[in-house]
Ligand binder design. Structure first.
Ligand code: ZN
Ligand code: ZN
Length: 253
């Protein structure tokens, strides 16, 4: 299991992974026999690794083959096993692997490192190493397929009058265009600023949803300006004291 940040999942990363795994025993070179001895053909199965059982049934003779228990299907037995691996040909050791995580991988996906898994018994071929990937949740970006979703908070005044706020994408700072009269929920789509397609070319999009913030902690001057604004547009607003009282309540409540 390799834990990745969203940035590492998007751009790829090289990681060292250290784990305990079965490797060929150095003492017997993976063959399982004590030095100076060799494995001999299994007398039980004559080296075939399987036993044939003949059964009589109403349909005639039925021949079944089962793995030989004496040699565990290997066809040979070790009369004098290697003391270090007890005849298995493998020992558990700590190994460090270099894992190249490609750009665009997702949480829960698996990388297969061909031939870098545990050694096979008695000098058999090594298996594959499967590395499970976990991508930690990001504070700012939520992934959906190969698109990334984020929020951009702008003030009520910026939304009404327009602004050019900056936004930190995974590729760097971008200047966004907030047009006048922008509403909450407005979507700005930055093409190709999402997650690379792990198969094939190109990247997903960065989808930024605008959230218009209600102004808080108004100064006296701002309070007066907004009351003039309300009067200008004929809006009914709370009495002047109420805002002050609410602030006092939250400060002491
Ligand atoms: Zn050994
Ligand atoms: Zn056998």
């Amino acid at each position: 299991m390799v834990e990745l940040s969203l940035r590492e999942a998007v751009f790829g990363v090289t990681r060292q992974l250290t784990l305990h795994t079965l490797v060929a025993c150095a003492t017997c070179d993976g063959h399982g026999a004590r030095a100076g001895t060799t494995a001999t053909s299994c007398p039980e199965c004559q080296g075939t690794g399987e036993l044939r059982r003949v059964r009589q049934s109403i349909l005639g003779q039925v021949v079944t083959a089962v793995p030989c228990r004496r040699c565990a299907g290997m066809g040979e037995v070790i009369s004098s096993p290697c003391p270090d691996c007890r005849g298995d040909g493998r020992v558990t050791e700590e190994r460090t692997f270099t894992v190249d995580v490609p750009a665009g991988v997702d949480h829960g996906s698996t990388l297969r490192l061909s031939g870098r898994g545990p050694a096979g018994p008695r000098a058999g071929p090594a298996g594959d190493l499967y590395v499970h990937l976990s991508v930690q949740p990001d504070e700012r970006f939520v992934r959906s397929g190969d698109d990334l979703h984020a929020e951009l908070h702008v003030s009520m005044v910026q939304a009404a009058l327009g602004a050019s706020p900056t936004f930190e994408t995974l590729d760097g700072t971008e200047t966004l265009a907030i047009t006048p009269e922008t509403q909450t929920g407005h979507v700005i789509r930055l093409r190709g600023r999402g997650v690379p397609h792990v198969r094939g070319r190109g990247r997903g999009d960065l989808v930024i949803q605008v959230v218009v913030d209600t102004p808080t902690k108004l100064t006296k001057a701002q309070d007066e300006l907004l009351r003039r604004f309300a009067a200008e547009s004929g809006e009914d607003v709370g009495p002047p004291d109420e805002g002050l009282m609410a602030r006092l309540r939250s400060a002491f409540g």
